[in-house]
Design a protein around this ligand. Structure first.
Ligand code: PEP
Length: 250
């Protein structure tokens, strides 16, 4: 197996409390003793744990990301919201935007575009999620929806904007079902070509997300176009997360 650089992004969703911080001790040890391996691990806990994660991971190579942010740059009367400035202020370096679980809750492509610009403005790196639903896939609508999400979501971005793409078929998230290799290859190629044709971005990595686990990781790693993974469920179990990374380099 090659020593390819890969991202591993741990999306904890709405899970975790201060006690869960102990659970990452072994992951920290693992990254320290595997510092020669070319990977970047990023923990994205809920807002309530961002500060604690930043403090705990300060001396490690692991970074911290938020799972969302508000589209407004400035502060204001937006009860329950957190903006990119507030996230940045904690020492957070990344933010996940466009996740399907937030698209379902009202994040349109235009709102996501505003959030991306606001996050980039604060020098956060954006993990931009795109992907089709099962209905869209079954009705041969995958390319159309992905193209729309990219064109609208990345509209007006500068050439060097720090964007990581996470291709996450919605029907794969939390279901245990992943696309066949040929389908993933085809869709990732398509994503790459649409970004190059329709945006100013030249340098970006494309990750896969959806039910990644220690059982399917070796197969996924055979797809050379995948630059890493956005991992939900399995990332909350330190053993599984370590196993996923280990199996990517052994
Ligand atoms: C996700 O939260 O983006 C995700 C891919 O979840 P899971 O790995 O649980 O499918």
């Amino acid at each position: 197996m090659t020593n390819k650089f890969r991202y591993f992004i741990a999306n904890w969703k709405m899970y975790g409390n201060l006690n869960s911080l102990k659970s990452i001790n072994n992951v920290i040890k693992f990254t320290k003793s595997n510092s020669k391996k070319r990977f970047k691990l990023i923990y994205c806990p809920p807002y309530t744990l961002l500060s604690a994660f930043c403090a705990k991971l300060q001396k490690s190579s692991i970074s911290v990301g938020a799972q969302n942010c508000h589209e407004k740059n400035e502060h204001g009367a937006f009860t329950g919201s957190v903006n990119a400035q507030m996230i940045k202020n904690l020492g957070v370096k990344y933010v996940i935007l466009g996740h399907s679980e937030n698209r379902i809750n009202g994040d349109t492509d235009d709102i996501i575009n505003k959030k991306i610009k606001s996050a980039l403005n604060q020098k956060l790196t954006v993990i931009f999620c795109i992907g089709e639903t099962l209905y869209q896939r079954n009705n041969k609508g995958t390319n159309k929806i992905i193209k729309k999400q990219i064109i609208k979501g990345l509209k007006g971005l500068k050439k060097n904007s720090k964007i990581i793409i996470a291709y996450e078929p919605v029907w794969s998230i939390g279901t245990g079902i992943i696309p066949k290799n040929y389908e993933l290859e085809k869709n990732i190629k398509f994503i790459n070509s649409i970004i190059l044709k329709n945006t100013k971005l030249k340098k970006f990595r494309i990750l896969y997300g959806g039910s990644v686990n220690p059982k399917n990781i070796e197969n996924l790693n055979t797809i050379s176009m995948i630059d890493g993974y956005l991992i939900g469920g399995a990332s909350q179990d330190p053993k599984k997360l370590i196993d996923i990374i280990k199996k990517s380099y052994n």
